[in-house]
Design a protein around this ligand. Structure first.
Ligand code: HEC
Length: 56
């Protein structure tokens, strides 16, 4: 079972990508979409900083 924090960050990242797709279809500007994407990259980095998989 993954830690709850991991699941939350994973779900949040999926939701944020869905929001980018919706915003793009709705005609958001390039700058608005890039701002959303940079917020998502913060999720990527937060999760990678907190979780490491080690091969046995
Ligand atoms: C909820 C946690 C989580 C989020 C959010 C997340 N990742 Fe990861 N990611 C992982 C884990 C865990 C690994 C495996 C790390 C390891 O092997 O130590 C990984 C590995 C990777 C790897 C392979 C790295 C390697 O050395 O093999 C890439 C590339 C990657 N992630 C990209 C992304 C990108 C891009 C995003 C954001 C869009 C993202 N990840 C968001 C958990 C996450």
């Amino acid at each position: 079972m993954m830690p709850p924090q991991f699941m939350l960050l994973a779900a949040d990242t999926h939701q944020r990508f869905d929001a980018v797709a919706t915003a793009a279809k709705a005609g958001s500007t390039r700058s608005e979409l890039l701002t959303m994407l940079s917020d998502i990259v913060a999720n990527c980095m937060a999760c990678h900083a907190a979780n490491r998989l080690e091969a046995p």
